[in-house]
Design a protein around this ligand. Structure first.
Ligand code: FAD
Ligand code: NAI
Length: 475
């Protein structure tokens, strides 16, 4: 048998490939196994995020936003374009190219860091003394051993009971990113992150989009004021969002899908669609790991059970990312990856979910970090809030993108920032200031006194901070 590795990582999504790189940087002899393939059989490291998640969805969001601007907002700038049209095949090919560039980038990083990449499915095959035996099936078939194993096998879409995904009429995230032509009527089950992002893409390209959400409230994970503003904006754009529905039947036909449901008032209703996206959450992916045979414990929801340090119940077996508890976000997986590699090296890796930012890449973008007003009220925390609308921000006006606002929440006694909530242009970028501020234990007064460039969107954050003390300048 070949020389043992110090660390084997199973899965090369943002969790797995980041863990492998950090482990190699720390001097460990490292291997990373991943089973994702591109057309033609070439490996496609990067996991859900790179192949059918973050990267392709943002590529399509950008393309569709450009199309929307060309149609509806360029005219305001005096840019007159006639006959704007969308070439869906070209848009999808561009998205695939962007994905391929990211796959190749990860293969390059493996090489650069002298990581052994094995293309195939990894599974536990027992122990050899203190070391774990890992079997690899596929193009790089092998049996390898390692002292430490980091499981980063990610997640897969949750299915609607009794409704098969065919990625033709009924689509999961993979199908939603590859619809070959703009459907006239598109349905989305679940008004969560994927539903809103993918619903926005196809709505901008011309689909009539109906979103069917089980919960009575819209975007309950966000701050209530943010969710209210988002709902207003999405409705204005034409997204038909129906909350409080119960799907009773999905009938797939040759040329469409009928969805029967009961509406919020309990009345029977039906909607006839060309295609239906099902985006009702994701479940941990542990298939084929042979976890049971080696006694790897799962929790009651099927996630690999880990402690606060990402240690499983088995010695020297760690698990990170979507396959364990906590938010299913690429940057959360990456942070756990670095922390685990550093813990194996005897360092003190640290991940704080309270400062993990959330972003929804719709237009307006939505982003938050820390706690929202509902959570603070429920916890009985006394707080002060400051808000500032983009309508009063010079840069937003110049951009012609004035929907939304920034809201800062700070402890009433200590003034420590407890949450930052943004809906509006580049919320995904603005939120970083909130993360830094919270990590440094900043007060709203700190942000209010820091010089922010003019004219910039970040001035809205400073004004929200001033608003905590009721002394905004520009409103
Ligand atoms: P994954 O990325 O799922 O990677 C796991 C890898 O392990 C996969 O390649 C899988 O094939 C492989 N694997 C599984 N089992 C085995 C095995 N036994 N042997 C070998 N390989 C195996 N998050 C964000 O933060 N921002 C976003 O904008 C964002 N957008 C998203 C959009 C969509 C449509 C979706 C679906 C998700 C999005 N996410 C986003 C979530 C993000 O993709 C996940 O949180 C992230 O990919 C989790 O990383 P991971 O490394 O834990 O798992
Ligand atoms: P989600 O958890 O964000 O939303 C699922 C929605 O479906 C919820 O609103 C839920 O109430 C609803 N739902 C559940 N069962 C239903 C049913 N039977 N009928 C109707 N509605 C139902 O999950 P989603 O959108 O599938 O995304 C999965 C995860 O992927 C996200 O939670 C997030 O972690 C990650 N993601 C992150 C992105 C980002 O960071 N920008 C983008 C896309 C996904």
């Amino acid at each position: 048998m070949a020389e043992p590795f110090d660390i084997v990582v199973i899965g090369a999504g943002p969790g797995g490939y980041t863990a492998a790189i950090r482990a190699a940087q720390l001097g460990f002899k490292t291997a990373c196994i991943d089973d994702w393939s591109r057309a033609g059989g070439k490996p496609a490291p990067g996991g859900t995020c790179t192949n059918v998640g973050c990267i392709p969805s943002k590529a399509l969001l950008q393309s569709s936003e450009n199309f929307e601007h060309a149609q509806h907002t360029f005219g305001d700038h005096g840019i007159l374009i006639k006959d704007v049209a969308i070439d869906v095949a070209k848009m999808l090919a561009r998205k695939d190219k962007v994905v391929g560039q990211n796959n190749d980038g990860i293969l390059y990083l493996f090489k650069k860091n002298k990581i052994t990449f094995l293309h195939g499915r990894g599974s536990f095959a027992g122990k050899d003394g203190d070391a774990w035996k890992i079997n690899v099936e596929g193009p790089s078939a092998a049996e390898i051993t390692a002292k430490h194993v980091i499981v980063a096998t990610g997640s897969k879409p949750r299915a609607l009971p009794g409704v098969a995904i065919d990625n033709d009429r009924v689509l999961d995230n993979e199908g939603a990113l590859a619809i070959p032509e703009v459907p006239k009527k598109l349905g989305v089950v679940g008004a969560g992150v994927i539903g809103l992002e993918m619903g926005s893409v196809w709505r901008r390209l011309g689909s009539e989009v109906t979103v069917l959400e089980a919960l009575p409230t819209f975007l309950g994970v966000a701050d209530e004021a943010i969710a209210k503003e988002a709902l207003k904006a999405f409705k204005k754009q034409g997204l038909d969002i129906r909350t409080g529905v119960t799907i009773t039947r999905v009938t797939v036909k040759k040329d469409g899908v009928d969805v029967d449901y009961t509406d919020a008032a309990g009345a029977a209703a039906k909607v006839a669609l060309e295609r239906l996206i099902v985006s009702i959450g994701r479940v941990p992916h542990t298939d084929g790991l042979n976890a049971q045979a080696v006694g790897l414990a799962l929790d009651e929801r099927g996630f690999i059970a880990v402690d606060g340090d990402c240690k499983t119940n088995l010695p020297n077996v760690w698990a990170i990312g979507d396959v364990v508890r906590g938010p299913m976000l690429a940057h959360k997986a990456e942070d756990e990856a670095v922390a685990v590699a550093e813990r194996i090296a005897g360092q003190h890796g640290h991940v704080d979910f309270n400062t993990t930012p959330w972003v929804i890449y719709t237009s307006p973008e939505i982003a938050w970090v820390g706690q929202n007003e509902q959570q603070l009220k429920a916890a009985g925390v006394a707080y002060r809030a400051g808000t500032f609308p983009f309508l009063a921000n010079g840069r937003a006006r110049a951009m012609g993108d004035t929907t939304g606002f920034v809201k800062m929440l700070a402890d009433a006694k200590t003034d420590r920032i407890l949450g930052l909530h943004v809906i509006g242009p580049f919320a995904s970028e603005l939120i970083a200031e909130g993360v830094v501020a919270m990590e440094f234990g900043a007060s709203s007064e700190d942000i209010a006194r820091i010089c922010h460039a003019h004219p910039s969107l970040s001035e809205a954050t400073r004004e929200a901070a001033l608003g905590v003390d009721k002394r905004t300048i520009n409103i």
